[in-house]
Design a protein around this ligand. Structure first.
Ligand code: TYM
Length: 336
């Protein structure tokens, strides 16, 4: 059966959008919106799995993230932009998926292992079930393609396993086997302080990431202090091997400048880090500055942002309603 091509992706409203989220995900979403039907979701239900958040902070982060996405170029009239908790069909399908997914599959999730660490007995059940909710986010709309950064690959493989098992158990080709879309020179942006660690909202050091709320001075300062090695930049892509910090900064430079990694390397061959960092700061401030300014303007306009999210929520519910009705019939639940 051919499924209609539909894009879904999500992002957690915990803290702010950082350069990794922007280059690994949001920028690709902006490009996809011209070609496909897209649904973009602020996953506030996922945001409370690691720990409960202050309710005002969560509301503020959700609005701020929506503002950041619009400021980055997501058109909320063309796409559906909403916060997850506005559509209860996600949670309904997630429950069914909790009964489809096997404990063994969930136990293999590396993000769960990383997030739980040594404290496995004390983390929430929600954190363990997180990837099943993520599968439900996607499949409640029968989305076929999911643009994400590299770190979500395993979760998307699980979504395929869940879809496949549902289809097999109920003997119908009901859910699509979703394809990940992971592309561009910055699918895995690393910390500015440690080239072996992913740039992340949860890193305690703010120096490790560039946030979309940072001023030009803050960006310049963070890039200036970013970890490097003592050698000049290489003249081939292979020359970046074994130099994680150089590789990371070059990937960021390429992505921000709209270049391939080969073009970026050719552009900077033989330069020392001091000179390269000036170029990198320039391109970062040029690309991010206008987004930050627009984001600030929109964040103050809560009536506008709330209106967008409500409208998006309504359109999302309209899309998932017939799918969830069919799921009810398939599973044997009496419809409301
Ligand atoms: P989240 O909020 O951690 O990240 C949002 C998006 O940003 C990407 N990303 C990165 N890309 C490159 N380098 C980095 N350092 C980096 N850090 C984050 C992520 O890959 C992601 O695409 N579980 C998801 C949210 C989610 C979701 C979904 C995604 C919930 N339901 C359904 C897709 C489909 C998450 O925590 O993303």
């Amino acid at each position: 059966m051919a499924f209609q091509r539909r894009i879904f992706s999500g992002i957690q409203p915990t803290g702010n959008l950082h350069l990794g989220n922007y280059l690994g995900a949001v920028r690709n979403w902006v490009a996809l919106q011209n070609e496909f039907e897209c649904i973009f979701c602020m996953v506030d239900m996922h945001a409370i799995t690691a720990s409960l958040l202050d309710p005002d902070d969560l509301r503020r982060s959700t609005r701020e993230l929506a503002a950041a996405m619009i400021a980055s170029g997501i058109d909320p009239r063309k796409n559906i932009l909403f916060n997850q908790s506005q559509n209860p069909d996600h949670a309904t399908l997630a429950w069914i998926f909790n009964c489809i997914a096997r404990m063994g599959w969930m136990n293999r999730m590396t993000q769960f292992k990383e997030k739980a660490g040594k404290d496995r007995e004390n983390v929430s059940l929600g954190l363990f079930a997180y990837p099943a909710l993520m599968a439900a986010d996607i499949l409640v709309y029968k989305a076929t393609h999911v643009p994400v950064g590299e770190d979500q690959k395993q979760h998307l493989e699980l979504a395929r396993d869940i879809a496949q098992k549902f289809n097999f158990d109920y003997q119908k080709e009901f859910f699509p086997l979703t394809e990940p879309l992971i592309y561009g020179p910055a699918t895995r942006v690393m910390s500015l302080r440690d080239g072996a660690k992913k740039m992340s909202k949860s890193d305690p050091s703010d120096q490790s990431r560039i946030n979309l709320t940072d001023t030009a001075d803050m960006i310049a300062d963070k890039i200036k202090r970013a970890k490097t090695d003592p050698n000049p930049l290489p003249d081939t892509v292979e020359g970046l091997e074994g130099r994680p910090e150089a590789e990371n900064l070059m990937g960021i430079y390429a992505a921000l400048g709209g270049m391939t990694i080969e073009q970026a390397v050719a552009d900077c061959a033989g330069k020392g880090f001091a000179e390269f960092k000036k170029l990198l700061t320039e391109v970062a401030v040029t690309v991010l500055g206008p987004i930050t300014a627009e984001m600030r303007r929109l964040t103050d306009d809560t009536t506008y942002v709330d209106g967008i999210l409500r409208d998006g929520g309504e359109r999302a519910r309209a899309l998932s309603a017939p799918i969830i009705a069919e799921v009810y019939d398939t599973v044997g639940f009496l419809r409301p």
